[in-house]
Ligand binder design. Structure first.
Ligand code: ARG
Ligand code: ASP
Length: 715
C-alpha cells in the first residue's frame, strides 16, 4: 500500500513537472528549485540567477529586441539563430557576396562586420516593485484613470531608481497587472557579425519545414559584442575591444539521451495562457482564419516572383520569412486548439472557477467576471475582426499601403503637433526610406495589392468600410493606383515629400495610392478604433481581476506562471519524443542522415552544400559524432514561444547542449494552451553547430575560443 502511494506520488511529481511554464529567474529558488532538482538538475537556482555573484543570466542577452543569444567565450562571442541574424546577413549581402547563399566566416577578428542599429541587452538585476507601482491605484474607479496612474508611477520610479549611468531601468508587469518587476539592464551597441552557415544549412527546409518536426535545420549564426576599454557599452568604434563577460557557457558534447533534464533561458515574447474561452473561440473561429487567408494570398504572389527572379528572392527573403512564419503558426495553432479541445477545457475551468468563487464567498468581487467577459467579447468581435483586416491588409502585407501610411501619420502630425514636428518627421522619412525601396518591387506589390484590397473590400465587416471601398473592382483600382501613384518608386516618394507642408499635403492628397490608404485609415480610426480601444481596455481590466482571482483561489501547489512579456525567463523539462497522430511516434533526435534523405538538388528549400555531402560520405565528423552518426536537432518539453529563438538549451550542469529555434507543428497552440503531451520546443544540437564551424567551415579560430566539455573517458 505504502509502495503504491509512493509510486502515485512520484507519478504526480513527474506529470506536474511537465506542465509547462516560463518562470522568473529571480524567484526560482522559492518556486522551482526543488522540482528542477527532482527532474535532474545538478546545479542550484543561485547559479542561474544571483544578484551578487556572476551567474548564468549574465550570459543570456536579448538579441536585437526580438530574439535571445548566449555568450560562449570569454571574448564576447555570442551564438543566436540564423533566422535572428537573418536581416544582418541579408544587409551585408549582394549578388557578388551573397552571405545568405554562401555563408560567411570571419577567420580573424579584423574580418568581423559591424552592424548598424544592432544591439544586445543584458539583465543586471531584477527587483519586485509591485507596491510602489500600485500605490494610489485602488482608490480610482475608471480603468483609464488606473492605467494612467500606473503609467505615472512607472515613469517616476524608472527615473528615480538607482542605476549606473550606462544602465537603464525598465519596469514590466506580470500576471496582467498584479505584479511589477524592475529590471536594471545594460545594452551593448557594437555587435559584429562573425559567422553563419549558408542558408542551405542555416535555413534548411525553409518554410516547408518551419514549425515542423522532424527537423534538420542548422539554425545558428555567430556575433561578437564589443565594448569600450572599460568593458562598458559604447557605440561602434574601431577602438572598441571584445567584451569580457561575467559568465559564458561551456559547450558540452558529452552526449544526450531521451529523458535528460534540459532548461532554456531566454526572452519569450507573448503568451495568453489565461484567456477566457470566449476569447479563444474568437481566435480559433474568426481572427486566425481571416489573418491566414490574407497572408495566404500575399505569400502565394511573393513566392511566385521569388522562385523566378534571384534579385527578388534577395529583396523579399526576409519579409517573406517574417510573414510566412506567423501565417503557418496560426494554422498550426488553430488546428491544435481544436484538436486539444482547448475551448471546452477552458469552459470547464470557468465552471470550476465559478464554484470556487462561491465557495470562497467572493461573489461580490469575482462573481460576474465570466459573464462580463462573455458580454464584452461578443461586443468586441466585429471590431477585432475589422482591426485585424486593417492591420494585415494595410499595415503588414501591402507595401504601398504601409508606406503610404507613414505619409498619413505625417499629415496627422501636422494637424496635431504643427510645422516643426512635421518638418522633423518629413526629414526623417526622406532619409530613412532608401532602405525600404532597396527591397521593393512594384510588380510584386501590385499583385499583392490586387488580392488584398479585394479581400478587404469583400470580407472585412461591411459596416466599418470607407464608402468608396465598399464595393470595388479590384482590378481597376489596382491599375489606377499602380499606373499613377508616386509611392511605387524612391524618386516618386521623395518628390511627394518635396516642399513646404502645404505643398506636401496637397501633393500627397492628389496621389491615388495615398487616397486609398487615407480612406482606410480614416475609416479605421473613426469607425473601429475608438470602440475597439474602449472594449479592449475593459478586457484588460477584467483580465487583471480574473488573474488576481485565479492566483487567490488556486491552491499554493498549483504554481501559476505569469504569461510571457519579453522578459528573461527560465523554462525546464526533459528531452522527449511525442505522438502527433494515430500510429505515429516521433523520436527526439534527428541526424545528418535525415538531411541526405530530404536532399533535393537545386531546390530552394532542400538543396544541400556539396561540402556537407562529402563530409557525410566520408563520415568525417571529428569528435562530434555519436556512434558514427552526426546529431542535428532534438526536442524537449520546455515551454517556449516567439522570442525564445536563439535561447541556450542547457543540461543538468548548466552547459550548453543546443540552441532553441522553433516548436513542433502540433504544439504551436502552446501560446494559448500548453499541453504536455504534444508541445515540444525544437533545438539545434550544439554538436552540429560545432561540427559545421569546425569541419564544414574550417573556422578553427572560433573553435579555439570555446570551452568544450568532452565525454568522460571510459575506465
Ligand atoms: N518558426 C520559427 C520562429 O517562430 C522560425 C522562423 C524562421 N524561419 C522561417 N522559415 N521563417 O521564429
Ligand atoms: N521561432 C521562434 C522565435 O523566433 C520560437 C518559437 O516561436 O518557438 O523566437
Amino acid at each position: 500500500m505504502k509502495f503504491i502511494k509512493l509510486l502515485l506520488l512520484l507519478f504526480v511529481i513527474q506529470t506536474q513537472a511537465q506542465q509547462g511554464g516560463m518562470w522568473i529567474p529571480s524567484l526560482l529558488k522559492g518556486m522551482n528549485e526543488t522540482e528542477m532538482k527532482n527532474l535532474g538538475m545538478k546545479i542550484s537556482a543561485e547559479e542561474i540567477y544571483s544578484v551578487n555573484k556572476s551567474s548564468m543570466k549574465d550570459a543570456v542577452p536579448q538579441f536585437d529586441g526580438g530574439c535571445t543569444a548566449e555568450v560562449i567565450s570569454d571574448k564576447g562571442l555570442i551564438l543566436t539563430n540564423h533566422h535572428c541574424g537573418f536581416d544582418a546577413i541579408q544587409t551585408h549581402s549582394t549578388l557578388e557576396h551573397d552571405y545568405l547563399k554562401d555563408g560567411f566566416w570571419a577567420y580573424k577578428m579584423e574580418d568581423e562586420l559591424p552592424n548598424k542599429d544592432m544591439d544586445v541587452m543584458f539583465v543586471v538585476k531584477i527587483e519586485d516593485v509591485t507596491t510602489k507601482i500600485l500605490e494610489g491605484v485602488a482608490i480610482l474607479t475608471s480603468e483609464a484613470d488606473k492605467q494612467k496612474k500606473i503609467q505615472e508611477n512607472i515613469s517616476t520610479l524608472s527615473n528615480s531608481s538607482p542605476k549606473e549611468s550606462w544602465q537603464e531601468n525598465k519596469i514590466r508587469t506580470f500576471y496582467d497587472g498584479n505584479q511589477y518587476l524592475l529590471f536594471v539592464t545594460e545594452t551593448f551597441k557594437d555587435i559584429r557579425f562573425v559567422g553563419a552557415p549558408p542558408s542551405s544549412i542555416g535555413k534548411f527546409g525553409s518554410d516547408t519545414d518551419n514549425w515542423v518536426w522532424p527537423r534538420h535545420t542548422g539554425d545558428f549564426s555567430l556575433f561578437r559584442i564589443y565594448a569600450d576599454k572599460n568593458n562598458r557599452p559604447a557605440a561602434y568604434s574601431s577602438e572598441n575591444v571584445p567584451y569580457k563577460p561575467k559568465h559564458f557557457f561551456p559547450i558540452s558534447i558529452a552526449g544526450l539521451k531521451e529523458n535528460d533534464f534540459t532548461m532554456v533561458l531566454g526572452y519569450p515574447g507573448r503568451t495568453q495562457e489565461y484567456l477566457p474561452s470566449f476569447a479563444v473561440d474568437q481566435i480559433v473561429n474568426n481572427l486566425n482564419p481571416a489573418k491566414i487567408e490574407i497572408r495566404d494570398a500575399a505569400l502565394k504572389v511573393q513566392d511566385g516572383f521569388m522562385r523566378k527572379d534571384p534579385t527578388i528572392k534577395i529583396q523579399y527573403a526576409s519579409k517573406y520569412a517574417g510573414v510566412a512564419n506567423y501565417w503557418k503558426k496560426w494554422i498550426g495553432e488553430t488546428k491544435g486548439l481544436k484538436k486539444s479541445n482547448a475551448i471546452a477545457i477552458k469552459q470547464k475551468f470557468e465552471k470550476n472557477f465559478q464554484e470556487k468563487v462561491i465557495k470562497a464567498g467572493k461573489q461580490a468581487e469575482y462573481g460576474n467576471l465570466i459573464s462580463d467577459f462573455e458580454k464584452n467579447y461578443s461586443e468586441i468581435k466585429e471590431y477585432a475582426l475589422a482591426r485585424d483586416y486593417f492591420t494585415e491588409v494595410a499595415l503588414r502585407n501591402t507595401e504601398i499601403l504601409s508606406n503610404g501610411y507613414r505619409l498619413y501619420q505625417l499629415e496627422q502630425l501636422l494637424t496635431s503637433k504643427g510645422e516643426q514636428a512635421f518638418t522633423d518627421r518629413k526629414n526623417n522619412l526622406t532619409n530613412g526610406i532608401e532602405d525600404f525601396y532597396k527591397n521593393y518591387n512594384a510588380d510584386v506589390d501590385r499583385n499583392v495589392f490586387e488580392q488584398l484590397i479585394n479581400l478587404y473590400a469583400t470580407k472585412s465587416p461591411k459596416q466599418f468600410l470607407p464608402s468608396n471601398l465598399n464595393s470595388i473592382d479590384a482590378k481597376l483600382v489596382t491599375k489606377e493606383v499602380f499606373e499613377t501613384s508616386k509611392l511605387t518608386t524612391l524618386n516618386g516618394f521623395k518628390e511627394l515629400l518635396n516642399g513646404d507642408s502645404k505643398t506636401v499635403i496637397e501633393n500627397i492628397n492628389k496621389d491615388k495610392g495615398y487616397q486609398i490608404i487615407k480612406a482606410m485609415a480614416d475609416a479605421y480610426s473613426k469607425n473601429v478604433a475608438p470602440k475597439y480601444d474602449e472594449l479592449n481596455l475593459k478586457n484588460i481590466g477584467l483580465q487583471r481581476t480574473y488573474m488576481k482571482a485565479i492566483l487567490e483561489l488556486s491552491p499554493r501547489s498549483a504554481r501559476i506562471f505569469p504569461d510571457a512579456n519579453s522578459t528573461l525567463r527560465v523554462t525546464y523539462g526533459k528531452i522527449k519524443g511525442y505522438k502527433p497522430n494515430d500510429a505515429i511516434i516521433y523520436e527526439p533526435f534527428t541526424y545528418l542522415d535525415g538531411i541526405i534523405e530530404k536532399y533535393i538538388p537545386g531546390d530552394y528549400e532542400f538543396d544541400v552544400p556539396q561540402k556537407l555531402i562529402d563530409l557525410y560520405n566520408t563520415k568525417d565528423y571529428g569528435k562530434y559524432a555519436v556512434k558514427g552518426k552526426m546529431p542535428v536537432c532534438f526536442i524537449a518539453t520546455n515551454h517556449t514561444t516567439g522570442g525564445n529563438s536563439g535561447s541556450p538549451a542547457l543540461d543538468a550542469n548548466g552547459n550548453l547542449i543546443g540552441l532553441n529555434f522553433d516548436r513542433v507543428w502540433e504544439g504551436t497552440m502552446s501560446d494559448i494552451y500548453y499541453s504536455p503531451d504534444i508541445c515540444r520546443n525544437i533545438m539545434v544540437d550544439a554538436r552540429y553547430v560545432l561540427f559545421i564551424i569546425d569541419k564544414f567551415a574550417g573556422a578553427k579560430n572560433i573553435i579555439n575560443e570555446l570551452k568544450i566539455i568532452q565525454p568522460a573517458k571510459k575506465k
